[in-house]
Design a protein around this ligand. Structure first.
Ligand code: ZN
Length: 494
């Protein structure tokens, strides 16, 4: 789908959504009775649902030939719109027009929205249009939208603003594409190749394979991969947009391309959902892409651990002990608590190798976070109040909200092991998300400001979100956009 910005005089055939009743429809259009009814239904449905009270009113007229168009007069009830409001309105517009069997649509809100906000309407429209249908044969009845035109009083200005927001929208879609992709295709190697592809944006990428990691002593990560026929990788990406020698911000992601649980195998009911266990890594890669596309003036490092967790004769066992890269030994009590093992080495590597000014990790880490927070907030854990506040504030502006949960030495007894320095599951006294975070903190050895974001419950939404609908949300990308922007505005301070 192509999105373009045009002046109010732009001629069009197809669907027209507009704010200005008379102008666009000065020529006449034809519409059949069936279409009239169809439109009415969709519009009344949307009117009920539209949180912005965008009233889409059908307005039909006739044209001399077979070209038809439908003009809907929008009346938006709220006066002050944020960028997010505009994006959500764009998403609502997409919901109305997606099944209308038109290749071209034109949206005119130029009377109510500034040229900058029109760009955000277009971005919301694009984000909501995401589909992952590569494995389905195309429906002969379906007509996809090919061209979406957005009228702006200053099309060039809007197009320029859109280029920036489009980089964010593309990054959101990148995460949703990877999360949707199937695990027989998206192996750790395929994911490492996705990282390599970032080179085309100017990102420096190094891929560590099994041998490289063995040399570094990354046995926590390597242990997880032992049951899989796929080789594990660690992808290390750098965007150097800031001053030379400036400490980077490090992002770390969990990339388990499929999590069967390993020998501590999961029940089969929802196991198919575990293809999305690489979403934390996808958020990190997408953020690297976005930072490079926007040429953000800061240094950013992304480290993602890529493995598959499978049961087999070579898989690691509950009761195994592994020595992590940090030197700390870990007793494996449950092979399904593998994400923290991958992160243990990735976090330690990021801190040791890059001495970053802060570390933020993304992981679909615990089912327990859904019990605690549902799908409204992602879990936030941190050793640093400033970093926490900045992240939570950034999350509020883009509605990817974070709720801080405690880290406390009182939880240490839960993960103390009789045989090793630490064990990989809590003692079964609840607080599963907290003991997981408490475990990760043990691998931040230099007390670098660090935040762990548990996205297990927010990466996929079963109830429809205005902007992303039902399905993978790409949660974390827009949060990182707001966060990195705020760091740039504060001249690099966290
Ligand atoms: Zn697991």
């Amino acid at each position: 789908m192509d999105i373009s910005f045009v002046a109010p005089s732009h001629p069009v055939s197809g669907i027209v959504l507009g704010a200005d009743n008379g102008v666009i429809c000065s020529t006449s259009f034809k519409i059949t009775g069936d279409e009239h009814e169809f439109l009415q239904k969709r519009i009344s449905k949307l009117r009920e649902r539209s949180k912005y009270k965008v009233v889409f009113q059908p307005f039909f007229c006739q044209k001399n030939d077979s070209t038809r168009a439908m003009v809907q007069v929008a009346d938006v009830a709220k006066a002050d719109f944020s960028e997010l409001d505009a994006q959500e309105i764009g998403a609502e517009i997409f919901v109305v027009v997606q099944d209308m069997l038109e290749e071209d649509i034109l949206v005119d809100f130029s009377h109510q929205f500034s040229p900058g906000l029109v760009a955000h309407i277009a971005a919301g429209f694009k984000i909501r249009s995401f589909k992952f249908d590569k494995y389905k044969k195309p429906s002969p009845k379906h007509v996809a939208i090919k061209n979406a035109y957005f009228i702006s009083s200053a099309p060039d200005l809007t197009a320029k603003a859109y280029r920036d927001i489009e980089a964010v929208a593309d990054a959101v879609d990148f995460v949703r594409t990877l999360s949707s992709e199937v695990p027989n295709v998206l192996s750790p190697e395929a994911m490492a190749n996705e990282a390599k592809n970032l080179k085309r944006f100017g990102v420096k990428v190094d891929i560590l394979d099994e041998k490289d990691m063995a040399k570094l002593g990354m046995n926590a990560l390597l242990g997880v991969a032992k049951g899989s026929a796929f080789e594990p990788y660690l992808a290390v990406c750098q965007w150097n947009g800031g001053a030379k020698g400036d400490a980077p911000i490090a992002l770390v992601g969990k990339g388990v391309t499929f999590d069967s649980g390993g020998i501590s195998i999961k029940p089969s009911n929802n196991m198919h959902e575990m293809k999305e266990d690489m979403t934390g890594a996808a958020v990190v890669l997408a953020t690297m892409q976005m930072a490079a596309q926007l040429a953000l003036p800061l240094n950013l490092v992304g480290v993602v651990g890529l493995v598959e967790n499978m049961p087999s004769g070579t898989a690691q066992r509950p009761s195994d002990v592994v020595r992590s890269m940090s030197g700390l030994t870990i007793e494996i009590q449950n092979t399904d608590a593998e994400g923290r093992l991958v992160l243990a080495d990735a976090l330690f590597y990021a801190e040791k190798e890059f001495a970053p000014k802060c570390i933020i990790d993304f992981a679909t880490l615990t089912g327990a976070i859904q019990v605690a927070l549902g799908q409204e907030f992602a879990g936030l854990f941190s050793n640093d109040d400033n970093l926490c506040q900045k992240l939570a504030k950034s999350g509020d502006t883009v509605k990817e909200r974070l709720w801080r949960l405690p880290l406390d030495t009182a939880y240490d007894v839960d993960i103390d092991s009789e045989i090793a320095d630490v064990k990989n599951v809590g003692a079964g006294r609840g607080a599963g998300s907290i003991t997981a975070a408490q475990f990760l903190q043990r691998f931040i050895l230099n007390k670098t400001p660090w935040a762990h974001i548990d996205i297990a419950a927010v990466s996929y939404d079963k109830s429809s979100r205005t902007l992303t609908g039902v399905g993978f949300t790409g949660f974390g990308v827009r949060l990182m956009y707001a966060f990195l922007r705020s760091v740039v505005d504060d001249e690099g301070r966290i």
